[in-house]
Design a protein around this ligand. Structure first.
Ligand SMILES: CC(C)=CCC/C(C)=C/CC/C(C)=C/CC/C(C)=C/CC/C(C)=C/CC/C(C)=C/CC/C(C)=C/CC/C(C)=C/CC/C(C)=C/CC/C(C)=C/Cc1cc(C(=O)O)cc(O)c1O
Ligand SMILES: C[S@@+](CC[C@H](N)C(=O)[O-])C[C@H]1O[C@@H](n2cnc3c(N)ncnc32)[C@H](O)[C@@H]1O
Ligand SMILES: [Mg+2]
Length: 270
């Protein structure tokens, strides 16, 4: 597939590696877009309304758990795992993974979304001690540990400096650990479906949620991981079927083409 010229993940003028670029700028760029956070702040109050504005995120959740379980390939893939959920929002995925036995830290730049996340998790005593939330940009955190799995679902298309954002996440993964993320590919199909159709025609995603220019193609993401010597476990399309109100995960090896719209990917740290 022809590589799109511009990509938010391509090195451009900057030398990558970890050497010159890292030594010249130990401080990572800011990754939080105030406009994006204001958008999600406004959605916070209905986040846990299953038929509310974040409905598609709720519907997507089982598909993510399914994909992650296929990648980790253990009888109890979440039990005892240390997981960081970046851009956790109201905690939809964070709560699910904690209920499946993981120790989850959710982090988000939206203070209002995190307030909703904390309120909601406090309603379930089984989550006590398993789930904590941190407010703030990932690049300003000073975690004293690394994580077995870092998740980042439907977030990277909302950040500034996706390279630096992803590199901050990668630093927090243990050796042999996983970074698992879902996002949207920068294709006409995706622009048509996720913006024109989903936001403007069907109104199933809040208006103004996405900016096509920030979408990242799977081949750009996999090239980025390979530059960092990470192993690509899998990249799968996920399709939303609005008439059935459900997401369907493409089967392994099901696609001859890279996904043209929503996709989920997993990469593993050497
Ligand atoms: C300016 C602009 C947007 C212009 C349009 C773009 C453009 C230039 C288009 C040109 C036209 C063209 C060349 C298109 C080529 C692509 C193509 C061949 C399209 C045909 C594909 C298709 C199935 C067409 C259907 C036609 C039609 C009108 C059907 C009507 C019947 C019907 C119901 C169809 C459903 C189609 C469908 C599959 C809809 C699903 C939409 C979708 C992908 C939703 C996912 C949204 C999403 C990104 C969810 C994650 C998410 C959610 C939230 C949240 O808050 O809920 C927040 C987030 O940050 C998220 O990431
Ligand atoms: C579409 S929501 C996804 C929420 C959650 N991951 C899910 O899928 O249910 C995107 C989330 O990313 C958060 N976000 C956007 N940019 C961020 C950044 N730079 N750092 C941390 N969180 C960010 C937003 O506040 C919002 O809660
Ligand atoms: Mg999104």
């Amino acid at each position: 597939m022809m590589m799109m010229k511009h990509s938010l993940l391509r090195t451009g003028s900057r030398s990558l590696g970890g050497g010159l670029w890292r030594s010249l700028s130990q401080q990572r760029n800011h990754t939080v877009s105030n406009q994006e956070i204001q958008h999600f702040d406004a959605l916070a109050k209905t986040w846990w309304d299953w038929d509310g504005e974040s409905r598609l995120l709720h519907l997507m959740n089982p598909t993510r758990i399914d994909f992650m379980s296929q990648i980790v390939r253990q009888k109890t893939p979440f039990a005892g795992k240390q997981i960081l959920d970046v851009g956790c929002g109201g905690g939809i995925l964070s709560e699910s993974m904690a209920r499946l036995g993981a120790n989850v830290t959710g982090i988000d730049a939206s203070k209002k979304a995190l307030e909703v996340a904390r309120d909601h998790s406090e309603k379930d005593p089984s989550l006590c001690g398993r789930l904590e939330y941190i407010h703030g940009p990932i690049e300003q955190q000073n975690f004293k540990k690394q994580f077995d799995i870092v998740t980042c679902m439907e977030v990277v298309e909302h950040v500034t400096d996706p390279r630096g954002f992803l590199e901050s996440l990668m630093d927090l993964v243990k050796p042999n650990g996983y970074l698992m993320l879902s996002t949207i590919s920068r294709t006409l199909m995706a622009r048509f479906l996720t913006i024109f159709l989903a936001e403007r025609v069907l109104g199933i995603v809040p208006n103004g949620t996405h900016n096509y220019e920030k979408y990242i193609r799977p081949e750009e993401l996999t090239e980025f991981f390979r530059e960092h010597q990470w192993k690509i476990n899998d990249v799968r399309g996920v399709m939303y079927h609005p008439l059935e109100s459900k997401w369907v995960l493409a089967k392994p090896g099901d696609q001859c083409l890279p996904p043209l719209c929503n996709y989920i990917a997993s990469a593993q740290k050497p």
